[in-house]
Design a protein around this ligand. Sequence first.
Ligand code: IPM
Ligand code: MG
Length: 372
Amino acid sequence: MNLNIALLPGDGIGPEVLAQSVKCLQAVEETFNHHFNFKEAVVGAIAIDRKGTPLPDATLKLCKEADAVLFGAIGDPKFDNNPEAKVRPEQGLLKLRKELGLYTNIRPVKVFPSLIQNSPLRPDIIAGTDFTIYRELTGGIYFGEKHLNEDGTVASDLCTYSEKEISRIAHMAFKAAKNRRNKLTLVDKANVLESSRLWRKVVTRIGESYPEVTLEYMFVDNAAMQIILNPKQFDVILTENMFGDIISDEGSVIGGSIGLLASASVGDDNALFEPIHGSYPQAKGMDIANPIASILSVAMLLEHFGLYEEAMAVREAVDKSLKKGVVTPDLLADSQYGTNQVGDYVAENIVDNGEDFNMNDENIDLGKSTII
Ligand code: IPM
Ligand code: MG
């Protein structure tokens, strides 16, 4: 298969983790005989510094023309700490999501058995957790009208949803539930918010076309508690933009590190793949950032194009690195491996897929750091 992939490394650790994903895609090319054509563009704080805007036209054009976008991370503390800033890196990502029509954000939360001890939650609570969050990504309070009064003392952000915006992601979520364990939980705040009541009405109606899927409703405050108390109860969670933003970070705690969670953002014409973590500026250039979330977003990219065997090879290589302890320090405090080495190891195991033994495993088992 030929694919044009737009690379948007962005800010902070974005370029470092994205470089590992590219290695993995190159390993997939080599092993499975595909051709991936990469083109890179700036987005976020780096784009503001270089071009004066977080999403330059050339970047948007490249993304629109590409088959898929692979995104690193966005954000810089110099903007976070300045509430007066008129341009912000995050605006680049939000505009990109809107312009590409990426209304469905898919965030799988799964516990890797080899990492169960890493979670701050008890193993008996989290073992077997496997749910996917369907977060609406181009509507709601993120994109509603914003207002600040003249003397800067009163502000508002409007949360608006239309039936159409709800129904298109609802269908995606119901279909996903049908292919999983037939359960969908709509997370909302229908006891307070009018927009949530519209979500309930539309989702309930659509649910009638998916009789095999059990539809449950949960208020977001309760959901925040249930995700920690009993995460195994969830299969597919469907929710609006901001609730999804919040509970997906919460979900990442279950797996022990936010550095493990990947996401796909899809619309009718475009698709973008990115880790759910941010730009982690403190770790920039230190070779300690966990590249696994970014690499797993490559697996989601491959699945999006029906390349299931290839995606499996990536996932198996990731599993192997976790089992062998070839991981960054967020997962193993005294780990001797950096971002690059983890990326090299995973990529190398994609190539060697099918072989149980890899030349460097002997060194790893002996605790030597030379893995390549
Ligand atoms: C995410 C991020 C973004 C969001 C930020 C960077 C704008 O937190 O993808 O979850 O809030 O959607
Ligand atoms: Mg977020």
